[in-house]
Design a protein around this ligand. Sequence first.
Ligand SMILES: Nc1ncnc2c1ncn2[C@@H]1O[C@H](COP(=O)(O)OP(=O)(O)OP(=O)(O)O)[C@@H](O)[C@H]1O
Ligand SMILES: [Mg+2]
Length: 546
Amino acid sequence: MSRDDQFNRNNFGGRGGDYRGNRSSDRNSYNRDRNNGGGKFQSYRGGFSQPQELVKPNWEEELPNLPAFEKNFYVEHESVRNRSDADVAKFRQENEMTIYGHDIPKPITSFDEAGFPEYVLKEVKAEGFAAPTGIQCQGWPMALSGRDMVGIAATGSGKTLSYCLPAIVHINAQPLLAPGDGPVVLVLAPTRELAVQIQKECSKFGKSSRIRNTCVYGGVPRGQQIRDLSRGAEIVIATPGRLIDMLEIGKTNLKRVTYLVLDEADRMLDMGFEPQIRKIVDQIRPDRQTLMWSATWPKEVKQLAADYLVDPIQVQIGSLELSASHDIKQIIEVITEFEKRDRLAKHLDIASQDQDSKVLVFASTKRTCDDITQYLRQDGWSALAIHGDKDQRERDWVLNEFKTGRSPIMVATDVAARGIDVKGINYVINYDMPGNIEDYVHRIGRTGRAGAKGTAVSFFTEANKGLGASLISIMREAKQEIPPELAQYDRKQYGGHPRYGRGGYGGRGRGGYGGRGRGGYGGRGGYGKPREGGWNNNRGGYNNRY
Ligand SMILES: Nc1ncnc2c1ncn2[C@@H]1O[C@H](COP(=O)(O)OP(=O)(O)OP(=O)(O)O)[C@@H](O)[C@H]1O
Ligand SMILES: [Mg+2]
């Protein structure tokens, strides 16, 4: 069957009908490409089109006209099929898998059982992974079966591959992209750095099937992203804001999206993002497959998530309570604000005994990040800060310096709390406690990943008492030592969830420091005291690097 037969674009809005009373030809992105070349929305010389407000198509009317698509690719391996229910139950129990929903496929127990095509399997084996992780064992068959799903598993347990590999299989079974088509797979993520990281993962595993991908995120010029989109990409990984921009100026569309991933789904559905997610998802055909992933799944989001899922199945690996990875040693120091700097320096002394250490320090505001960084650098440490007031080039550069180990200390706001996978972080220090307990789980989860061990030190002050009870229960679950000074805070706090509940806080560290703190970078050298003449002897520095 030809691509055109299978995906007849006239099927979309084929009647040129009105959507919610608006003339679709004027306002709906679904009809935008018909106007291409007509000059109306297109300025000459490659300029940007006028943004058009996105209008939700009337899906009930539209759906019968849309081309059918395949989403169930799961063929159970013989050895899986032959496995008895008792064996399956035992495997699930051993791997602490809890499943919800009906007709959930059995877990696989090895890469070969997953049923991936050889070219995908080859890439996975090339990584040298010994075995699939728990979330992969149960998540792959679920995702491949085309069902809407929620996958919850600890930080660093391989969730990215859990949705990336089935995405590749999904794409390879769809008609090729035609000129003007948007992506088949859309992955939404909360931060730019995470989006870029996911893109790298997609590139690694998608290259053998020549799947193109592009990453759409804010803070950088739009031109290159627009060109990549217009060239066509089967996978788009995006942060919501920039994607909405691109949709509004008609540089891409979501007509072809049949596999939608929300990574860090609880974050994507919280008050900061939900309206944007809604806007995006409204543009996607409702019979798509939707997949949500996170290490945390607070009950407040379950209801929100239900709005986006149809008859979902769910797997949760590990404790059903909010829990942290058990590969992290959690240390809590109950101290005062005043003592934090000295304690930080002391922990860095300990960490730096291992020359290869990487330490990620979290602070609650951009300003504190900059202050700590400056203080550390004055003290001779090789530290760099990353936060939302820095421009994207600097953020990229800082993260890269940290990854390569050239600057082994990174001081961050929650912009680095979720999803970021940097090899060799063996220490996370919460200079300030996070605003809610899920973020604690994600932040400390930057260490102790993929089987490695890590240490998380958190400075807990009187001001954090609201987090005491939930922190203690996370520590208990992970069999951590609870210091007596913390135990006194083991009181249930009442009131809504700080992020999802009514009247909670919705924004993220806004109104912080506005300065850009340029020019102070470049101290080379190994861990700690820079070898080349101290922190202020900058050769080059950030500005000269580009
Ligand atoms: N089967 C496996 N065996 C060993 N390592 C793996 C396996 N699958 C993935 N990894 C590696 O584990 C690391 C963590 O994976 P990933 O970033 O997907 O974790 P995650 O579950 O998404 O964590 P987070 O909740 O922090 O986002 C990556 O470096 C990845 O390459
Ligand atoms: Mg992840």
